[in-house]
Design a protein around this ligand. Structure first.
Ligand code: BGC
Length: 418
């Protein structure tokens, strides 16, 4: 750890002593994984606003939903002593990089703009290391959503969205009998893990979710509730089409748009895809929270890596200030499908799904049922998340029993914590 830390300090200085791109108004190189239609539109808003303010933006997109490929690229960049200026990074990952001494802080911007006064305290804490802001949040995404095509549901006489997994299964059986794929899904580990955490929330409720997926309690991990969760995941496996393996999440969204599938279970970045394709919420597609009466939180943020040189440091501060400006938070989130991270941005221009997200978020905070997403790196270290994803994907692609899944999972999580 210390060796790596020293290495970081030395290489960061060396790399940025090299001739750089001189730009008096600040330069940022931004590493992100926003490459789908809705995502590209949203990050385009950030780039345009940054450039309109006189900054120079160097785009470093690394395709791959959920960001696993981007995180691998980030590691390689830091190890080679050439970190990007700003990185789409979140949750415990921010703390992990901060502990290695790899980050710059933007506390002076945060103080002068009173970030503490406008961010939900729980989110503000995630952005800070040692009491100083090292990252700036762009949004609040919700993971526990059903997205459905109402025309497709109408074909089997369904007008109401399911409230429980049993209700979902009943609708899915009807769709299947009518020759329609019930669930659009992409078989990639992070998407399988997204299904899994939705199921755990619905079967066990928010308190169980916290115990099992955040506190990693062995009793919860080996409980009957967890076995039942895997049983429901097995059900979902039966509702996907034959070509699900490896499919990107946005192609699964397109299946719902085109009426080839009834539902997708995905965070509200899926709404960004519907909107980018000109689809109208409440008419062309509908949203509803998945069962469980909770709120699975995912928030994107940009983290500032240790770079030197006036131009880059200025770029970081400019970006930090822009990200947190109320106008930008509105424009960006209208495109991204999420809601602003700032609590003081009016939602007048947002659709009903966003308004529901906001209402449910407040209710979840009030009733202690807000839970951080395991699949989207808000809850546990990457090593632990990796164990969840391996097991869940393995289960999804084999005939492993729920009992075996639970035993193997609990043992793997225990090992990952040692
Ligand atoms: C990110 C979203 C992104 C999604 C799919 C999530 O982990 O938080 O911003 O749109 O992955 O790439």
């Amino acid at each position: 750890m210390t060796k790596f830390r020293n290495f970081l300090a030395a290489t960061a200085v060396a790399a940025f002593a090299l001739p750089g791109i001189a730009n008096a108004d600040g330069t940022v190189e931004v590493l992100h994984w926003w490459t789908s239609g809705g995502e590209a539109k949203a990050v385009g808003e950030l780039k345009n606003a940054f450039e309109a303010d006189g900054g120079k933006w160097i785009d470093s997109p690394i395709a791959g939903g959920g960001g696993d490929a981007a995180m691998t690229a980030l590691r390689a960049r830091v190890v080679s002593g050439n970190p990007p200026t700003a990185v789409q990074l979140k949750g415990p990952g921010i703390q992990e990089w901060a502990e290695l001494g790899a980050l710059n802080d933007v506390q002076d911007v945060a103080t002068s703009e009173n970030w503490d006064g406008v961010l939900p305290p729980a989110l503000a804490e995630i952005m800070k290391y040692d009491g100083k802001y090292v990252a700036a949040p762009v949004n609040i995404h919700r993971v526990d959503w059903f997205w459905a095509n109402p025309e497709v549901l109408a074909k089997v006489g369904v007008t109401d969205m399911p409230q429980t997994w049993d209700e979902f299964n009943a609708i899915a059986d009807k769709l299947q009998a009518a020759g329609i794929t019930p669930l659009a899904h992409g078989g990639q580990p992070w998407q399988d893990a997204t299904l899994f955490e939705n199921v755990v929330l619905g079967i066990g409720g928010p308190e169980f979710f916290l115990k099992a997926l955040v506190e990693l309690d062995q009793d919860a991990l080996t409980s009957d509730t967890m076995i039942k969760s895997f049983d429901q995941l097995r059900k979902l496996r039966g509702y996907v089409d034959a070509n699900f393996s490896g499919r990107d999440w946005n192609l699964a969204t397109a299946m719902v748009m085109r009426g080839e599938a009834g539902f997708q279970i995905m965070g509200d970045w899926a709404k960004g895809e519907f909107l980018a394709a000109g689809k109208v919420p409440g008419k062309d597609f509908v949203c509803a929270a998945t069962p469980g009466k909770g709120f699975v939180l995912n928030s994107d943020s940009f983290t500032f890596f240790k770079v030197s040189g006036d131009d880059r440091v200025k770029g970081q501060k400019k970006l930090a200030s822009l990200i947190m400006s109320p106008g930008f938070q509105e424009t960006f989130n209208l495109a991204k499908g999420s809601i602003p991270a700032r609590t003081d941005v009016a939602l007048d221009k947002f659709d009903d799904c966003a308004k529901k997200s906001h209402e449910d978020l407040l209710a979840a905070i009030e009733s202690n049922s807000l839970v951080p997403s395991m699949a989207h790196e808000m809850a546990v270290p990457r090593s632990v998340r990796g164990e969840f994803m391996d097991l869940v994907t393995n289960f999804f692609n084999s005939d492993m029993s729920s009992e075996d899944a639970v035993k193997t999972l609990a043992a793997a999580i225990k090992r990952a914590q040692q």
